[in-house]
Design a protein. Structure first.
Length: 306
């Protein structure tokens, strides 16, 4: 039998150990296993994916331009022409909610990626080197954690000035202590493992030990942290926009929409509060429950209970 024989090809495809397959061929079985073990988390993963697709395809999905005003239809309730109604200057609420998802998700993803990565590298160095560097670093992390996340992000955003980049940096700084603490605890247990001691005995450098032998074992807690913190980042971004220190108008964000609604009067129109608030709630719920599922899937202590 030759390698081009269909029977041989079947054996190669179906009898090859999963670890030897390329990563793109392991995605399908991993997703099916995830859906089978945690169907609820798989459902919320589909919801989160749909929200991400909506954000990416916002210009094609939104029925109107989010900044276009129609002064003949100011503060109109939902109807056939505007399914989510209009705001105080006649802008379509549905289009602004759709485009607001793009800004909110970009800020949340960038902030979590930046903050968790910086915290993970800091925690890796603290756990590996220890000593005075670790003691000083832990005191700095405790100082950062002594402030509520929203207060710290608001103070940083006000100090740096308005802008999307400022909001990303402000939220990212609030994520650094969590990544540092978690990854440090993982590194403290890993650096005493026998395979690390063997590599050290063979003369491996500190850089090789940290980035070749220890850091790959921190990928699972890193992914769990990043997924779980997306919901928190979205709430902080919306809160900063609501308080007027987030992404500056007229860029549509869910927080800015809620702020504009409350500035409309003592009793704001219900649709200007309901739809942005529902978008925030649904997105945060989806990413939080997806994070729980990822944790249950990757944490070996919880894997046997599923």
């Amino acid at each position: 039998m030759t390698a081009s024989d269909p029977d041989t090809a079947y054996v190669v495809l179906h009898d090859t150990p999963a670890a030897l397959l390329p990563w793109w061929r392991r995605i399908g079985p991993a997703l099916r296993r995830f859906a089978r073990r945690s169907p609820l988390s798989a459902f919320w993963a589909c919801v989160a994916t749909a929200i991400i697709v909506m954000a990416v395809a916002a210009p094609a999905i939104a029925p109107y331009e989010p900044l276009r005003s129609d002064f003949r239809r100011m503060t109109k309730p939902p109807d056939e022409k505007n399914l989510f109604g209009t705001d105080q200057i006649g802008r379509d609420t549905l289009s602004r909610v759709i485009h607001g998802s793009r800004t909110s998700l970009v800020v949340a993803f960038a902030a979590v990626l930046l903050g968790t990565t910086v915290g993970a590298i800091w925690g890796l160095a603290c756990g590996y080197f220890g000593g005075r560097f670790d003691i000083i670093s832990q005191r700095l992390i405790e100082f950062m954690q002594s402030f509520p996340d929203l207060i710290l992000a608001m103070a940083i955003a006000m100090a740096l000035g308005a802008g999307t980049g400022t909001v990303i940096v402000a939220i990212a700084i609030t994520r650094i202590p969590f990544g540092g603490r978690v990854i440090r605890s993982v590194v403290l247990s890993l650096k005493e493992m026998q395979y690390v001691e063997a590599a050290r005995g063979l003369g491996a450098s500190h850089r090789r030990l940290m980035f070749r032998h220890i850091l790959p074992q921190c990928v699972a807690p890193y992914l769990i942290l990043a997924t779980a913190h997306l919901g928190v980042a979205i709430i902080i971004e919306a809160s900063l926009g609501f308080l007027g220190v987030g992404v500056p108008p007229p860029t549509p964000t869910w927080g800015n929409m809620l702020s504009d609604a409350l500035n409309a009067g003592l009793v704001p129109p219900w649709w200007l509060v309901l739809f942005p608030g529902a978008a925030i709630t649904l997105t945060v719920l989806a990413f939080n429950l997806l994070g729980d599922g990822v944790r249950d899937m990757l944490d070996p202590r919880l894997r046997g209970a599923m």
